[in-house]
Design a protein around this ligand. Structure first.
Ligand SMILES: O=C(O)[C@@H](CO)OP(=O)(O)O
Ligand SMILES: [Mg+2]
Length: 432
């Protein structure tokens, strides 16, 4: 049988931060091959799948070599003979074999690499791109990109409290045009940064390394960058922030080091709400810590009709946490990272749960990435509507944006840009 899994190989490769990671290679009986590489986060939720990584107990302590060994010795024999087209059966076998809620026995990095490699192999056996294999005959859209201009937080030595300063161009008309607009904003931001002082390179995801005296100065410069590039802030191009508040506090207290302020959840909500009133912000991710649903709910209640409120660390791509957050009205959008939960099938379940609540959905990269472009295919094949990869100028990011341009070209006249329609209904309506 052509689609039967013959062998599964694991190998150690290196990620964009120069840290070891896991690649899985799946070979089918008919000769098709699928490969996938595990990414790695720096600002990680406590409820995420746990990788076996080098770097001590915080990363599982046992190292990538153990994860690779687990692929070869345990996962390969368990999957041999299975039909690669039956992704849910493969993923169920991986979950059962691991036997922990967090994939920590085999390693989240081992499991996610194999799960995605099986998907890749199945599409290869059908001789179609992964996005097409996932979508089958369903209509898909080119996603609205959110692209980083400044990197901060855990990705830039905590030079700003806010982690990702991004822009979105919902009215660009095409994915290709959205990239062009964002590139112009990125260049303009670089020129403005150079006026503030010597440029100090880029952060982990390629956004300019921030050199600001306050969080508000960063927001000022970002707004001016949009304007300087020739676009109307809040009409053509909007700001999108990932606060990554998990890195700022535990829910009881939040500390904005740059602004020299400590505050409780209610004050944190007021701070974020205030930013959305003073700046052309269309989207805010993780305005509160992973278990602080009260603050997430306060922010969503105040601004959720006009601003996207995304759950990342708070949801960790787990369908049951999406349900809990939905019951609390804590978000109106979900970030989807396959490696947070560990398998393609479980990540899709989280996306479906978010969609069932009318939320926006964003397929996202991690801050530690590689040349693997699978997530571009997931964003299109699942019709997620939005896509977050980081910035320009680093090839592990460009590989994804460029793959999306190839997909846009393949769709030709049928390439439908999600644009404002990617947001939850009230926000989409407010934009049109
Ligand atoms: O928080 C995030 O959304 C991601 C990407 O910016 O960062 P990390 O992969 O470090 O969790
Ligand atoms: Mg995040």
């Amino acid at each position: 049988m052509t689609h039967r899994i013959d062998t599964v190989i694991g190998r150690q490769l290196w990620d964009s931060r120069g840290r070891p990671t896991v690649e899985a290679e799946v070979r089918l009986a008919g000769g098709a091959i699928g490969r996938a590489i595990a990414p790695a986060g720096a600002s990680r939720g406590a409820h995420e799948a746990i990788d076996l990584r080098d770097g001590g107990a915080a990363f599982g302590g046992m190292g990538v070599a153990q994860a690779v060994a687990n692929v070869m010795r345990e996962i390969a024999p368990a999957l041999a003979g299975m039909d690669a087209r039956d992704q849910s059966a493969v993923d169920a076998a991986l979950v059962a074999l691991d036997g922990t809620p967090t994939k920590q026995r085999l390693g989240g990095n081992a499991v996610v690499a194999v799960s995605m490699a099986v998907l890749h192999a199945a599409a290869a056996a059908e001789a179609v791109p992964v996005w097409r294999w996932l979508a089958q005959d369903r209509a898909v859209r080119l996603p609205l990109p959110e692209i980083q201009i400044f990197g901060g937080g855990a990705h830039a030595g905590r030079r700003t409290d806010i982690q990702d300063f991004m822009v979105m161009a919902p009215h660009a008309g095409s994915f290709r045009r959205a990239l062009e607009i964002t590139d112009e904003v990125y260049r303009a931001a670089g020129r403005l940064m150079a006026e503030l002082g010597p440029l100090a390179g880029v952060a982990d995801e390629g956004g300019w390394w921030p050199n600001f005296a306050s969080n508000e100065q960063a927001l000022d410069v970002l707004t001016r960058s949009i304007d300087t590039a020739g676009y109307r802030p809040g009409e053509d191009v909007f700001i999108s922030l990932d606060i990554a508040a998990n890195e700022l506090g535990n829910g009881a207290t939040y500390r904005l080091a740059l602004d020299d302020r400590a505050m409780n959840g209610a004050a944190m909500a007021e701070t974020v709400i205030g930013w959305t009133q003073r700046y052309p912000i269309i989207s805010v991710e993780d305005p509160a810590a992973q278990d602080d649903l009260a603050t997430m709910t306060a922010v969503t209640a105040a601004i959720g009709d006009r601003v996207q409120v995304i759950g990342d660390d708070v949801l960790v791509t787990r369908a049951e946490r999406v349900e809990t957050a939905a019951a609390a009205k804590a978000c109106n959008a979900a970030l989807i990272k396959v490696n947070q939960i560990g398998t393609v099938t479980e990540a899709k379940a989280a996306l479906d749960a978010a969609r069932a609540h009318g939320w926006g959905t964003i397929v996202s990269a991690r801050s530690g990435e590689t040349e693997d472009v699978m997530i571009a295919h997931l964003a299109v094949g699942w019709d997620a509507g939005q896509f977050k990869v980081g910035s320009f100028t680093r090839s592990e990011r460009m590989a994804k944006w460029n793959e999306m341009l190839r997909i846009e070209e393949a769709l030709g006249a049928r390439a439908d840009y999600a644009g404002a329609g990617a947001f939850a209904a009230p926000i989409a309506a407010a934009l049109t």
